[in-house]
Ligand binder design. Structure first.
Ligand code: KG4
Ligand code: ZN
Length: 336
């Protein structure tokens, strides 16, 4: 007999996702319908196209996860959905669907913050996080470091002053003529570069703030490209490795300072850039140096998915945080 079964829905950007999660952590089924091929021809996500595609894909992915998990609508004990941040039209497709289901099935609705869910992903099919924790979100739209005392209790330590880490990967890939999304392409090129990559100088704030900044790094890559076109695979690999290494060093330096100051029990990392193996390896070492465990989701739960939404939604419902059926989608919303 399955218990506490929550259907999660994610449609904040260009992935249409649904998942069925038991007891807030056991993933029974999780599916993502990617719109990447549709948007890649434009070099980035086109919001109106994303909304229309969510309308087509969402009923299909919901049916699919119910089938895979052998769950009927009547087995569901809650519905969880991303309500912020994201593209307004895209969010509304998921939110309207979730409200209709919660209303029809007479089950509670949880509205979830996408960034918080990226952190919660470390608990999927895994042990609970030990708090206090340091939470690092590195995605296409966000680069933020939090001090976490529990789920729902965050203090922002640092955020990016310009581009997010994933955005920097995407923009640099575009500058190098490599395609979208840039992260996986740059990582693959960087891996082929056998020698020590070297690095550009990474940003340090004058006011001792630990905020991130990646726009200077993007300019450094641009200036390097202006010296002359990259004429060989070897040169492309070297530049990709040098750029990636600089991002890893900047993120590592901020995390090290926070580990030193706050002495948390865990370091939690989530978001699409957390797929990056060089970043995972480097932060694991940083954490080990402080006797702290690095908690990072498996690759399939780093990038956008609905299992993280269902998991966090189930947690919220268990704490009595039930959303109203008149809840609204909010394109920009901070987590703290
Ligand atoms: O979390 P996510 O799937 O969507 C957002 O909420 O933004 O993150 C997408 C971002 C993209 O910028 C993509 O280039 C980056 O994550 N990304 C990576 C890797 N895989 C995805 N960045 C670096 N290395 C990777 N392997
Ligand atoms: Zn995301």
């Amino acid at each position: 007999m399955k218990e506490n079964i929550v259907l999660g829905i994610e449609s904040s950007c260009d992935e249409t996702a649904a998942a069925v999660v038991e007891n807030g952590h056991r993933v029974l089924a999780s599916e993502v319908a990617s719109q990447m091929d549709i948007h890649s021809r434009y070099g980035g996500v086109v919001p109106e196209v994303a909304s229309r595609q969510h309308l087509i894909s969402l009923p299909l992915v919901i049916q699919e996860v119910l089938k895979q998990s052998q769950t009927s609508f009547d087995d569901l004990t809650g519905i969880a959905v991303t309500s912020s941040p994201g593209l307004i039209g895209a969010l509304l497709v998921g939110l309207s669907t979730a409200k209709a289901l919660a209303f029809r099935l007479h089950v509670p609705l949880a509205t979830v913050h996408h960034i918080e869910a990226h952190l919660y992903a470390v608990q999927l099919d895994a042990q609970p996080v030990e708090f206090p924790a340091l939470g690092l979100v590195v995605s296409g739209g966000h680069t933020e470091l939090y001090h976490m005392t529990n789920w729902g209790e965050y203090r922002l330590l640092a955020s990016t002053r310009d581009d997010a880490a994933g955005e920097a990967f995407d923009k640099v890939a575009k500058l190098m003529g490599l395609g979208y999304p840039g992260g996986p392409i740059i990582e693959k090129l960087a891996k082929s570069h056998a020698e020590a990559p070297g690095h550009f100088s990474y940003s340090r704030m004058k006011d001792k703030s630990q905020d991130f900044s990646f726009s200077g790094l993007k300019t450094a890559v641009m200036l390097e490209l202006k010296k002359g076109p990259l004429s060989s695979d070897k040169e492309r690999e070297r530049l990709a490795a040098k750029f990636q290494n600089t991002v890893v060093e900047e993120v590592g330096s901020r995390v090290r300072t926070a580990l030193e100051e706050l002495k948390p029990k865990s370091l939690v990392m989530g978001g699409g850039v957390a797929c990056n193996q060089a970043l995972r390896d480097s932060l694991r070492k940083e954490a080990e140096n402080f006797g702290v465990t690095l908690r990072v989701p498996p690759i399939k739960y780093c990038s956008d998915n609905a299992a993280m939404i269902a998991g966090l939604g189930a947690y919220q419902i268990s704490k009595g945080k039930i959303a109203s059926l008149s809840a609204t989608a909010v394109p920009y919303a901070t987590l703290y």
